[in-house]
Design a protein around this ligand. Structure first.
Ligand code: BEZ
Length: 218
């Protein structure tokens, strides 16, 4: 694979810890500047196309949980190559069919300028649709996590909320979130980097695998 292809492969364009590239774009809620979202968590996600079955279920699921994201001071922002008018028609259909208004912005990216910068497009695909990438961006504009799903598998809204909760909890507690962690579960201590602490630890694994004394994320 050529170097530019590696950089632009889905989810490979950017890394955790990178600053999210700024952009301005037209969206269903007006013109958007990414940097205006500083001070809030932001989930920026791409979908392959409007009027497709899995994408429709994702938007319905996210719109139903919009209040949960709001409680966490987190904005949602969707993106695809479809035109603004396609987005409008799709949202109208969703409202009429599901009695649900999708009020978070959907960006139009017909030239793929944003999708390419974020590695949302598969370079060898024979169409220009974006895949299901999701970027979790913190209030300082830093990418803290990202996921990449294929077109034929929808994302999990509970897992998106759990990821958000875990990212906030590790910041607040300076601790680690173990497998399957949920708010209120114990968190893990950062392991020591000091050999004296390793030898002084009571149990065999206590120096690297121990819970914090507080319950995380509540
Ligand atoms: C879907 O959302 O159902 C979908 C989108 C693109 C390709 C295949 C399925």
């Amino acid at each position: 694979m050529e170097e530019h292809e590696t950089r632009n492969a889905p989810c490979a364009g950017l890394r955790i810890g990178d600053e999210a590239p700024d952009f301005s774009a037209r969206s269903t809620t007006g013109n958007i500047q990414l940097s205006d979202y500083r001070g809030k968590w932001l989930i920026l996600f791409s979908h392959p196309a409007d009027f497709t079955p899995v994408c429709t279920t994702e938007f319905v699921a996210l719109a139903r949980e919009a209040g949960e994201f709001e409680k966490r001071n987190c904005e949602l922002m969707a993106l695809s190559v479809d035109s603004l008018f396609s987005h409008f028609a799709w949202l109208r259909m969703i409202r009429d069919r599901f009695d649900l208004e999708v009020r978070f912005p959907i960006i139009e990216d017909p030239t793929l300028v944003i999708g390419t910068a974020y590695g949302m497009v598969a370079p060898k695909d024979n169409d220009s649709a974006t895949v299901r990438t999701t970027f979790f961006i913190d209030p300082d504009g830093i990418i803290r996590a990202m996921t990449c799903y294929p077109a034929n598998v929808g994302r999990s809204t509970p897992e998106m909320l759990r990821m958000l909760d875990a990212l906030m909890a590790v910041d607040k507690e300076a601790a680690l979130a173990p497998a399957n962690w949920h708010p209120g579960d114990p968190m893990l201590r950062q392991p020591t980097a000091n050999l004296d602490d390793v030898f002084a630890a009571e149990g065999e694994t206590d120096w690297f695998l121990a819970e914090t004394s507080t319950e995380g994320g509540k």
